[in-house]
Design a protein around this ligand. Structure first.
Ligand code: IMP
Length: 429
């Protein structure tokens, strides 16, 4: 099976964009299967920097790119992104970009709700990206969402909008938001339809045919396992399943189609938004990691919280996601640290545990148990072979492999597309 599924193994921002771009070069089709424009990928190619949010990374290479049914799509944001990408010289058209007809729309009322709830929650907020992702998924599961196929049928659309507003009307009133007017939404969607419908197709069919023909498919995950609605640090998570198992349901293929599962792992830990973070460093070291690693959110620009590598969390992500190989990224950010710490277990009320407990109170109470490792003074930035790496950097990688229970099959050593050390080609894996 020559397909690959890529997922993040921490709280996102592991450097998936570059790895996905690199893999997209080797693929024929690239598919997004969950999330929405809460995701942000930065891809550097020569002197050009592309910032993608909803568009699958295959658009940079001109590969067939599919936005699967598992994605929630803000159509206006997608059209803006297409225009921006075209302005950067990327050839995007309905010939190479497909939007699943059964994908859910994110509407302005979802953003309103996201913002109003977060504002009202005060200190108890999730710290969402404010893109309306959670409310859109709620409507999907609540069976009242507008889907792209509905745009082709204005009469049905009218009924669906009524149904949607029957629910949102009460919520908006309770939150002190202005009443949403059905005719305004209908009008917006009618104007949108001719622009977006050319991209709307039965994506599952196109994908099924590509797989039958033996084309190589790359399933591109967004966010990461610790933000998964089931397996993450609930409720401080996103509203979709981010694990590799979602690739099948969110794209419309069988469970074996995902192929080799690759987990992206950053050499230290970061998170944006609220929620538990056992190895967080609120000191000078944390600040230094953030500064060196340019740890600011691609979507919101928020500074990311930084901390030491947490092998317990990554081992758990690898287990629940069926990750077969890891890509270790941003090792160069650790260059020059005299000593490095790696979390190998937790202490919880006097006991030692080797997993993240599910309860919030326990998650807040755990204390990391660290193993110290000697750092390296040489630069690893841009290394393209093992022999370019200092001995202590190799030791660090080997120890991480041992602790997380998966081999590092790729090492990314700078944001540049070509700075990669490959131990195994995931498409041959
Ligand atoms: P939402 O997905 O906007 O609802 O945000 C829920 C949580 O997921 C917040 O903590 C966000 O910061 C986080 N989040 C969502 N998307 C990303 C991402 O692409 N990278 C990192 N964190 C994300």
């Amino acid at each position: 099976m020559a397909n690959v599924t890529v997922i993040g193994a921490q709280w996102g921002d592991e450097g998936k964009g570059k790895v996905i771009d690199w893999l997209a070069n080797r693929a024929d089709v690239v598919v997004r299967f969950q999330g929405g424009n809460n995701a942000g990928h930065t891809i550097v190619v020569g002197d050009k920097t592309y910032k993608l949010s909803l568009l699958p990374s295959g658009v940079i290479q001109g590969k067939l790119s599919i936005i699967g049914n598992g994605v929630v799509v803000d159509p206006w944001s997608l059209l803006d992104e297409i225009t921006r990408a075209q302005g950067q010289g990327l050839g995007i058209s309905p010939d190479n970009l497909i939007l699943a007809e059964n994908a859910t729309l994110v509407l302005p009322l979802h953003r309103d709700l996201d913002g109003a709830r977060e504002a009202r929650a005060g200190a108890g907020k999730i710290g969402t990206t404010g893109r309306g992702i959670g409310p859109a998924y709620e409507d999907k599961v609540g069976r009242r969402a507008i889907r792209f196929a509905d745009l082709a049928d204005p009469e049905a659309l009218e009924v669906k909008i009524e149904r949607l507003l029957a629910h949102h009307g009460a919520l908006r009133a309770g939150l002190g938001l202005a009443e949403a007017r059905p005719e305004e939404i209908l009008d917006q969607l009618k104007q949108l339809a001719p622009k977006i419908l050319p991209y709307v197709k039965p994506a599952w069919r196109v994908l099924g045919e590509a797989i039958k023909e033996g084309q190589r498919v790359l399933f591109e995950g967004a966010q990461a396992t610790l933000l998964d609605v089931d397996h993450g640090t609930y409720p401080y998570v996103t509203s979709s399943n981010t694990v590799a198992g979602q690739a099948a349901a969110g794209a419309g293929v069988g469970p074996t189609a995902g192929g080799y599962v690759l987990g992206i792992v950053k050499a230290y830990t970061t998170r944006v938004g609220e929620g538990p973070f056992p190895t967080e460093l609120s000191d000078e070291t944390g600040r230094l990691l953030g500064e060196r690693g340019h740890e600011f959110g691609t979507v919101t620009g928020r500074p990311r919280r930084c901390g030491w590598f947490d092998a317990v969390l990554v081992r758990q992500s690898i287990a629940v996601g069926g990750v077969q190989g890891a890509v270790l990224t941003k090792l160069d950010i650790l260059d020059g640290f005299e000593t490095l710490k790696v979390c190998v277990g937790y202490r919880l009320r006097g006991e030692t545990i080797d997993y993240l407990p599910a309860g919030l109170r326990d998650q807040a109470a755990i204390e990391p148990i660290y193993e110290e490792m000697e750092g390296w003074s040489e630069s690893t930035r841009g290394a393209r072979s093992w022999k370019d790496l200092p001995a202590n950097a190799i030791k660090y990688v080997r120890r991480i492999e041992e602790l997380i229970g998966a081999p590092a099959v790729l090492l990314s050593t700078s944001p540049d597309r070509d700075d990669i050390i490959m131990m195994l080609d995931p498409f041959q894996g």
